[in-house]
Design a binder for this molecule. Structure first.
Ligand SMILES: [Fe+2]
Ligand SMILES: [Fe+2]
Length: 376
């Protein structure tokens, strides 16, 4: 690979909602009311950074409303750097259009300036620079009865294998909305966590491992987390409309010996015109609204607690989801009974031996040279 120095950014789960489209849902954990201001605040910072490109891994809109998609694609065209998107579950609620939202079939046409060249295909590949390729996947599928499902279909997996086989020694950045690696303990089987994952993640992972892919960018969970499995790092970025309103800036550069180094920095939108102290307001908002979710989380943990104990612990977890969302948290609830304390400590940013490992927000990693693709 020739010498490379690129700077790019990731902003996820923008959930853009123009004022006239906002649906008031009392249980909603994220603040779509602030979506445009939060995105504009992030863009104001990114405009100063001389970016090579911006990645948006899905949930671009509140709920797939045509007005919100139109506003966003027009806004993206005004940016001085290329933008690449994939659809999230909130962008394509059904295969075909409904009264209130666009259909999955229309998504590529809206974003034909953001990676999509074929109006009929929901995935694509793009050469970002000599030796660096983006593979943008669609993880939104629908069951026969119309339910949404996080999955990569067989045709797309076959296409992916062909693209990776043809990519030779190029470094590959994969982008998809749903998680591929677990970001929470036992996420793939957890009743509350599994819907955030690609349900055939093992199949996809095997293809990525075999081809030597080392980086995958996801969203959907609204949590800042970096997980790894062998040489593959999955960088999931929190939502611009929920605490702590993060986005990331990454530098990819080769040193004199040709080694590639990736530096990841994370930033937060801390204030917007509607809210001078967004960080504190949003943390309290999550505290105020996460009790039902925390109650379910305690119930699902099978800790043999009475209803009174479950309620007390769920109340004590007021800031737990905010801390998870921010990444890099370590938990030690000393006043909880030992099994409960042990269970919640497993959500912390720990290495395999249980020591704190804070890599979710700031991190540097060395990429191995890709030797090409072995057929699966
Ligand atoms: Fe989302
Ligand atoms: Fe999502």
């Amino acid at each position: 690979m020739s010498s490379l120095h690129l700077r790019f950014a990731i902003a996820s789960d923008l959930h853009i909602a123009l004022p006239q489209t906002i649906r008031r849902l009392p249980q909603r954990l994220h603040l779509v009311e602030f979506s445009i201001s939060a995105f504009e605040a992030a863009l104001a910072h990114l405009a100063m950074l001389d970016l090579d490109f911006l990645l948006l891994p899905g949930d671009l809109t509140q709920d797939g409303e045509p007005d919100n998609h139109r506003w966003l694609q027009e806004r993206l065209q005004l940016l001085p750097f290329p933008v690449y998107v994939v659809p999230g579950n909130h962008d394509v609620l059904s295969p075909v259009p409904t009264e209130c939202s666009i259909g999955a079939s229309e998504f590529p046409d809206y974003y034909r300036n953001c990676g999509y060249r074929d109006a009929k295909c929901l995935y694509y590949t793009q050469l970002l620079a000599p030796g660096l390729r983006l593979v943008a996947l669609n993880s939104n599928q629908f069951t026969a009865d119309g339910r949404q499902l996080g999955r990569i279909d067989a045709e797309q997996l076959s296409w992916l294998q062909d693209v990776l086989a043809a990519s030779g020694q190029e470094q590959v950045l994969a982008m998809v909305h749903h998680n591929v690696l677990e970001h929470l303990p036992g996420q793939a089987k957890h009743p509350l966590g599994r819907r955030y994952m690609v349900d055939n993640a093992a199949e996809l992972l095997e293809i990525l491992h075999t081809a030597g892919v080392q980086l995958i960018f996801t969203g959907h969970l609204h949590v800042q987390d970096i997980a790894h499995n062998r040489q593959l790092y999955e960088i999931t970025t929190g939502s611009l409309v929920s605490y702590p309103h993060p986005y990331r800036v990454l530098e990819l550069e080769s040193d004199r010996g040709g080694e590639l180094k990736l530096t990841i920095q994370s930033f937060r939108v801390e204030q917007i015109p509607e809210c001078a102290n967004l960080t504190e307001f949003s943390r309290e908002w999550l505290g105020d609204h996460s009790y039902p979710f925390m109650h379910k989380l305690v119930q699902c943990a099978d800790l043999e607690l009475s209803e009174t104990e479950t309620e007390a612990i769920a109340r004590d977890l007021r800031y737990f989801w905010a801390d998870i969302s921010a990444g890099d948290a370590v938990f030690d609830f000393q006043h909880f009974p030992l099994p409960v304390r042990q269970y919640f400590s497993t959500f912390g940013a720990l290495d395999a031996s249980g020591k704190p490992m804070r890599i979710d927000n700031q991190m540097q990693l060395a990429l191995q040279a890709r030797t090409g693709c072995n057929p699966v």
